[in-house]
Design a protein around this ligand. Structure first.
Ligand code: S3P
Length: 175
């Protein structure tokens, strides 16, 4: 597939700003914005935490892979992926083949701060010791994030607008 046809995929840990940045970026580039978690919820007719509790993480990952495939086949868009999309190798292959993959890199401290503030329900971090769970998860996934990314963007000290601008600037090199 030619680069001009490819979508822009945003990956990164929970709290890395994928959805916020994705909305700004899509608006700036006049492309459709797709939030993969929202796609999954729409298709399932229920929320992400509810899917985890009914079907377990495995059930959620199956839904996520199906939704990702469908979305990437639908045409050019800015796609904000869930933080765990890189844990499935087939997802990474699809993403790298059909999109330019941008990793929104975030430090643990900054991710914790944003997660604490944004109030989104995250089943993998439910309960006490959620900060320790996040630390371990980020550590376990670090290599997968880096391996999946075509481009890495540091997000700790930048605003969503600045990050979107940097992505658009690098994106033009692929067209
Ligand atoms: C997950 C991240 C969430 C959501 C689900 C699992 C993960 O998305 O897909 O709770 O495994 O990191 P966000 O990264 O948008 O919070």
């Amino acid at each position: 597939m030619g680069a001009e046809m490819k979508s822009i995929a945003l990956i990164g840990f929970m709290g890395s700003g994928k959805s916020t940045v994705g909305r700004v970026l899509a608006e700036n580039l006049d492309l459709p914005f797709i939030d993969l978690d929202e796609e999954i919820e729409e298709e399932a007719g229920t929320s992400v935490p509810e899917i985890f509790s009914r079907e377990g993480e495995g059930g959620f990952r199956n839904r996520e892979s199906r939704a990702l495939k469908r979305v990437l086949e639908e045409g050019q868009a800015v796609v904000a992926c869930g933080g765990g999309v890189v844990t499935v190798e087939e997802n990474v292959r699809e993403l790298r083949e059909r999109s330019v993959v941008f990793l929104l890199a975030v430090s643990l401290d900054e991710a914790l701060r944003r997660i604490r503030d944004d109030g989104a329900a995250r089943p993998l971090l439910a309960g006490p010791e959620w900060e320790e769970k996040a630390r371990r998860l980020l550590e376990d996934r670090r290599e997968s994030y880096l391996g999946a990314a075509h481009e890495v963007i540091e997000t700790d000290k930048a605003s969503p607008e600045e990050i979107a601008e940097e992505i658009a600037r690098r994106w033009r090199r692929y067209a």
